[in-house]
Ligand binder design. Structure first.
Ligand code: UGA
Length: 461
């Protein structure tokens, strides 16, 4: 089939490449010249395991091409995917839909008017939007296209697998039966190999489909804030939140995932989708939901305060000039994404307090010193530790959690460690002489030196 994918950011670039891999002829529409140039060369504009290979294959087969603007020729495609970004609005908590409306208007300008729905192309919304948007898109494109809302659930670092083997495919269909039937048939053809492999396909109305996406992200965020709130109680009582999470997670109704206490969630999706849903709930009078989601967000932001406080206490009365090394700066491992990265916020606050902050990250250093010249960067993990008076593990990259505690201890000035992701085995680090502090897990005594005063951040929330 002939497809366009409008917007080739994270979602669109992966979707376009995956659709070409399924055998479709895909035209990616991308207005950012730098991103367009990289994609046209067959290179991923961001780090995503497995994406380069799909892009190269798409370029080699000629099935994956790009353009800066949608023209009349491009508009002859069977299906147009809307995959533009819907970031948090700079002036509030809701979503900024300006890219979406620009994309819809560009489609409206090139799609011919059509008397019968059978002659219309399909426009498939993949972007995350406030509930009620899909109907507005359908209204703007009335007489030119059928509209389906088909949210995406891909995770950064797992994006290729999540797109090609999703847990579920959601179709938000028009109310009218004949239109819904035609839309469903076309989209089934697009996803035929994925559906044939057994992915469940769930059909519903526009509003429910829009809410499935934001509710899923809000629920994941809630699990994380729940365990982070519990970690404060664990810290106050001497309980261990990692053991607690493991034990409650074995109940199949609770499940083991998204119960890792630490610095909390960041990135380009969970925080802004949570706030977008909170804002929409408030607008629509669902005040209980709005205040609940606001609490999930404030607990999450509180984790950044808590780790900053722990670090300042570890540094003593004056942080000025003290050497801090941050291991891992991206919002999660296996990604180079710094958007709303929790540890980046902590690093900047410590630098504000006068600490000399050195950052190491396997993928997140490119552009970091340009964006934040106050942070020093070091591409070698052990060198980054040289002379540190405090080390913070901020992102649980495997190469960082695998570091040898003894080799690391030999480099630092003071072996004090905040494991802000609860990703290390405390006994391994204390055995090597480290003063270990996790989030809501008891600090174990160091083997080679008297135990320091516990950091207050580990004792209270
Ligand atoms: C998230 C969702 O997981 C995807 O399903 C969704 O499609 C995507 O947003 C989106 O809306 O596009 P992603 O932002 O890639 O995916 O990241 P996650 O893997 O969800 O992690 C989010 C944050 O939560 C990270 O900062 C991570 O460190 C943190 N986290 C995760 C925890 O603090 N504890 C956990 O137990 C799990």
């Amino acid at each position: 089939m002939r497809l366009t994918v409008i917007g080739c950011g994270y979602l669109g670039a992966v979707h376009a490449a995956a659709m070409a891999d399924l055998g479709h002829h895909v035209l990616g529409v991308e207005t950012d010249p730098a991103r367009l140039e990289r994609l046209a060369r067959g290179e991923a504009p961001f780090y995503e395991p497995g994406l380069d290979e799909l892009l190269r294959r798409g370029a080699r087969t000629g099935r994956l091409r790009y353009t800066a603007a949608l023209d009349a020729a491009a508009a002859r495609a069977d299906v147009h995917f809307l995959a533009v970004g819907t970031p948090q609005s700079p002036s509030g908590r809701g979503a900024d839909l300006s890219h979406l409306w620009r994309a819809v208007d560009s489609l409206a300008a090139v799609l011919p008017r059509c008397v019968h729905p059978d002659g219309m192309p399909l426009v498939v919304g993949k972007s995350t939007v406030p509930v009620g948007t899909a109907q507005q898109v359908a209204d703007r494109l009335a007489g030119r296209a059928l509209v389906v809302w088909n949210p995406e659930f891909l995770r950064e670092s797992m994006a290729v697998a999540d797109t090609l083997s999703p847990d579920r495919i959601v179709y938000g269909l028009p109310d009218e039966t004949a239109r819904a039937e035609r839309a469903r048939t076309i989209l089934d053809e697009v996803y035929a190999p994925i559906l044939a492999a057994g992915a469940p396909r769930l059909t519903m109305g526009y509003q429910t489909a829009e809410l499935v996406k934001t509710a899923a992200n809000a629920f994941l965020a809630t699990k994380i804030s729940f365990i982070n709130a519990m970690s404060a109680l664990c810290a106050a009582t001497g309980a261990d939140v990692t053991v607690l999470a493991d034990a409650i997670g074995r109940d199949a109704r609770i499940g083991p995932h998204f119960l890792r206490a630490g610095l909390g969630f960041g990135g380009g999706c969970l925080p802004k989708d949570l706030r977008g849903l909170e804002q929409r709930a408030a607008e629509l009078g669902a005040n209980g939901l709005a205040s609940f989601l606001g609490r999930v967000d404030s607990i999450n932001r509180g984790q950044r305060d808590r780790v900053t406080q722990m670090a300042l206490e570890a540094l003593g009365p004056d942080a000025a000039g003290r050497a801090v090394t941050i291991l891992g700066i991206t919002f999660k491992p296996d990604s180079d994404d710094l958007r709303d990265s929790p540890v980046l916020e902590v690093a900047l606050r410590l630098a504000d307090a006068g600490a000399v902050v050195t950052v190491h990250d396997p993928r997140g250093l490119a552009g970091l010193s340009r964006l934040h010249p106050v942070l020093r960067t070091q591409p070698d993990a052990l060198r980054a530790l040289e002379g540190a008076e405090l080390v913070i593990l901020g992102t649980e990259w495997k190469e960082l959690t695998d570091l040898d505690p003894e080799a690391a201890a030999a480099r630092v000035a003071r072996p004090v460690l905040i494991d802000a992701r609860n990703a290390l085995t405390p006994s391994r680090w204390t055995a090597a002489g480290w003063d270990y502090h996790g989030i809501g897990r008891p600090s174990e005594p160091r083997r080679s030196a008297p135990r320091r005063r516990a950091l207050a951040g580990t004792m209270v929330g």
